[in-house]
Design a protein. Structure first.
Length: 202
């Protein structure tokens, strides 16, 4: 698989008390695919992929797809990205093969540089490097937006997701025992995090 770099978007972003900054994001994708900003028309397809993750019972405690309002309330909108086939039409279901984004972990100002990662890949498109490309792009985007720590909570059974994150600089910081029940079974969750080497180092 060869990588290519093309200009993806130019946008002004403001987060919490951050000063507006112009960020120039570059697409780092697999041949025949590209990463772009999430758009409103992508929502149904993104939620379909999310539901696939729900159905595995190893991706999230969530049991239902989110409404548009729930999505807006839970995600930092300017961090949401999708991976598509090149030349795709926004909103065409088969075009989007995966998505990623960040959620705020707290409304407190001290934590404005900390966010939680969400990353989901279409079940028919696994083992194609899609998760790797999405996480690479999300990390780059997060640092351009001054996030210094990314975290994720992963079921211990979700070995593929854990391996993906560990291969991108995340470290296991703890195991939360019997954090919640799913189908009457208590589930353990691994808390992992990645500390940026370029943001918050002063």
């Amino acid at each position: 698989m060869s990588l290519r770099t093309t200009n993806l978007w130019l946008t002004e972003l403001t987060f919490f008390n951050r000063a507006p900054v112009i960020t120039n994001i570059y697409n780092q994708g697999i041949t025949g695919m590209s990463i772009r900003r999430f758009e409103r028309k992508d929502f149904e397809r993104v939620q379909d992929i999310y539901k696939q993750g729900i159905d595995t019972q190893n991706a999230t405690f969530q049991m239902q797809k989110k409404s548009w309002q729930q999505w807006q309330d839970s995600m930092l909108q300017d961090t949401c990205i999708v991976l598509c086939r090149d030349g795709s039409t926004v909103g065409l279901e088969s075009d989007i093969l995966g998505w990623a984004g960040l959620s705020a972990i707290s409304s407190r100002e001290v934590y404005t540089g900390v966010a939680e990662v969400s990353i989901y890949v279409d079940q028919h498109s696994v083992n194609q490097g899609i998760g790797k490309q999405l996480l690479n792009a999300l990390i780059e985007l997060s640092e351009l937006q001054s996030f210094w720590t990314l975290q994720a909570a992963i079921f211990v059974e979700n070995e593929a997701s854990l391996k993906l994150h560990l291969n991108h600089g995340f470290e296991i910081v703890g195991r939360r025992h019997k954090l919640g029940k799913m189908q009457d079974k208590w589930r353990d969750v691994l808390l992992i995090e990645r500390r940026s080497c370029v943001v918050g180092i002063e």
